[in-house]
Design a binder for this molecule. Sequence first.
Ligand code: DAT
Length: 160
Amino acid sequence: MIIAITGTPGVGKTTVSKLLAERLGYEYVNLRDYALENDIGEMKGDELEVEVDELAYNFERDFKGKDVVVDGHLSHFLPADIVIVLRAHPRLVGERLTERGYSKEKIGENVEAELVDVILVEALEENENVIEVDTTGKTPEEVVDEILELIEKGVKKRVG
Ligand code: DAT
């Protein structure tokens, strides 16, 4: 099963994805590293610009049928069985990106994107199996527990 973990930068994708992969015994894939290793897209300054179709095509070829948790703010464009959209209070997103040394402009863009549900809306357009999980006030472990419960419920519903 391919589980995509998406969301605005700073919501906690990497932290949660690694933990979730560990709990499930799945492979963890960072989508940016995958693109760079496979020469997909090009660097513009310190940002990687990729063609999502090319990314999805390559990813499907390499991971179809495998058990993988894929972490990235474009992961909802991949052929995933489940898309988890992580959310965090925009204030938290702002604080974390400030700590990371992002520019004022980048911080503003991302805080606003989180405020107006940009990734959620995109994910809902791309995939029928979207789960939104709010991380605010929770530990990464609690978030992973919640995701595991929701996946289990979803799978049961589809089977039964
Ligand atoms: P992203 O991959 O979305 O950019 P990250 O995992 O690199 O995010 O960073 C998230 C930071 O927030 C990291 O320092 C851990 C912290 N954090 C605190 N509570 C969290 C939670 N419930 N879920 C995920 N991360 C959390």
